[in-house]
Design a protein around this ligand. Sequence first.
Ligand code: NAD
Length: 327
Amino acid sequence: MGQPKKALVCGAGGFIGSHLVKYLKEKGYWVRGVDRKYPEFGPTAADDFLILDLCHEENCIRALTLDNTSESGLDEVYQLAADMGGMGFIHSAECEIMHNSMLINVHMTNNAANMGIKRYFFSSSVCVYRDMKHGEPEMTEAQAVPANPDNEYGWEKLYSERMAMAYGRKYGMNVRIARFQNCYGPEGTWTGGREKAPASICRKVAEAADDGMIEVWGDGTAVRSYTHVYDMVDGIYRLMQSDLVGAVNIGCPQYVSVNELVDTVAKVAGKKISIRHIDGPVGVQSRNFSNERIYSIGWKPKVFLEEGIAITYPWIEEQVRKARVSV
Ligand code: NAD
């Protein structure tokens, strides 16, 4: 048996990053994780875990250095570290997102290229696409330009995509870019203000009595699609091993309104739940985009919404129960 491949996962203390570390370990990789924090909900699966603030260049170099040489020694870098949250956070923390995530990407991309990394993954987002109406024809990756994202998070992702591509061309680094759709699953942020819609609704339903009412931002007609984290990490890995150059959407082609998401969670919870619609940051009405590029390398989502919620809801319900006991 040869040496295992060596991967760095930036953002390994976060939701998708911690699942990706587990996935890479199952594939036989040696993995170094790096983040500002350890994973919140269980021990990391990484062989080596560094607590570092990647906004600082010297910390990016440290994360990329295996032996004390100017070459990295790592085979693959997965860059998932970002200032990140649901719509509430994205609209209230524009400066933090543009400042922190940009610094991380400027330093990681530059130093990964300079230190001879051969494969570099960047986690972008479907937030790069403009606001759309439900039912509009699906957009391909190229149609993100001319660009008009509805939030600064999307603009930061677009710039960082282009920077990664430019470094890839100049330094011969194989850059792979995924535009993630809304991702959900166990061990994701479920409270505190950064949680995204599926986790937030699972929490509200878990907290509500049977026959209870929950509050939802907007009129509930905004349409989204949700990708389970198990499918997402599989997509990331397959994309990284592929020859697909340029941005690639990764998402589940099942579009549901926020009201339908609530109904699905209520069904899984076995509760009758009504909704009070209140003012709040809703984001775009819809985003419809093509998954043909990721399908072309053999990836298809396996976990559709009801099954994914059936995996996720019990975990969030358990967190709600534990939080009640500890008060
Ligand atoms: P997350 O917030 O759980 O993970 C991001 C991690 O980055 C966190 O653990 C955070 O501590 C870390 N981080 C932030 N600033 C850092 C710094 N200065 N130094 C070191 N670590 C730092 O988010 P996630 O949902 O796992 O998202 C991972 C990536 O996927 C992000 O780039 C995000 O923008 C992208 N993405 C996620 C979704 C989604 O639905 N979750 C959708 C589109 C794109």
